[in-house]
Design a protein around this ligand. Structure first.
Ligand code: ADP
Ligand code: MG
Length: 253
């Protein structure tokens, strides 16, 4: 999609868990080439919003459009195939497999019925292609030194990078990252921000949830602030930081 065109349209999105309205009439638009942040206190409904957009959960109400087509009610695998890829708040990996294997196989296994037997049915050519793509994506984000390390031996920073590489393997145009910088050291956060800027410059669009305000304000083009399931405000980092509502409700000043 050309930079600046509407890539993701979220309109009147709602999710109810019993009596709890976790996401309440949330609407926003993400344009191609943007890094957009989704911020708000714990329990605000950010991860649920990601689950709804990526098809992991179905919405109680509202519509979702991606790249010009309705994705409302589509299963996550179909949405992924349209070019919307995500990571989860908690890293998912097979600790006693290498980084390269995790990226090559992890994405594959999660995209199929999920058994190792399915993997064994791959022919050589498919397998070669999966591994080549995994290596390419790991190199793209600066993980070439870790290809053959066991995933379980990685520090949290490289583990999160591995997750991003896995998400990149399906050649997405939009990447949803749920707290990619959580638990990272300052240096690792800077490296992550650099990788995400690089991806943006290559035409990728990114929607990310993050708590570190310095990280978010320095990286994103626009922000949506959520509180108690609703959208409090949307704007540039400068607009959000200047908003009295946000200062009162979220930044605590
Ligand atoms: P955030 O990511 O902003 O911290 P979540 O989207 O994870 O918030 O959660 C929003 C609210 O929805 C919370 O009150 C949480 O307990 C609730 N919630 C999230 N997922 C479920 C679920 N699967 N079942 C019931 N309640 C849930
Ligand atoms: Mg969350």
């Amino acid at each position: 999609p050309a930079a600046g065109t509407v890539l993701l349209e979220v309109d009147g999105l709602r999710k109810q868990f019993g009596g709890l309205v976790a996401v309440n009439d949330v609407s926003f638009t993400l344009r191609a080439g943007e890094i957009m942040g989704l911020i708000g206190p714990n329990g605000a409904g950010k991860s649920t919003t990601f689950n709804l957009i990526s098809g992991v959960m179905s919405a109680s109400a509202g519509t979702l459009r991606f790249a010009g087509a309705s994705i409302s009610g589509l299963p996550s695998r179909r949405i992924a195939r349209l070019g919307l890829s995500r990571t989860f708040q908690h890293v998912k990996m097979i600790p006693d497999m290498t980084v390269l294997e995790n990226v090559a196989l992890g994405g594959y296994l999660r995209s199929t019925s999920g058994t190792l037997r399915a993997m064994l049915r791959l022919d050589r050519e498919d397998e070669r292609r999966l591994f080549a793509e995994a290596e390419r994506q790991l190199q793209r984000i600066g993980m070439q030194a870790h290809l053959h390390e066991l995933a379980g031996n990685l520090a949290l920073g490289p583990q999160r990078m591995m997750e991003i590489a896995r998400a990149l393997c399906s050649d997405p145009s939009l990447l949803l990252l749920d707290e990619p910088a959580a638990g990272l050291r300052h240096k690792e956060k800077q490296a992550l921000a650099e990788v995400l800027r690089q991806l943006r410059s290559e035409g990728m669009s990114i929607l990310l949830v993050e708590h570190d305000m310095d990280f978010v304000m320095g990286l994103t083009d626009r922000l949506v602030v959520m509180e108690f399931g609703t959208k409090l405000i949307e704007g540039t980092p400068a607009q959000v930081q200047a908003s009295p509502e946000v200062r009162a409700a979220y930044l605590g000043t």
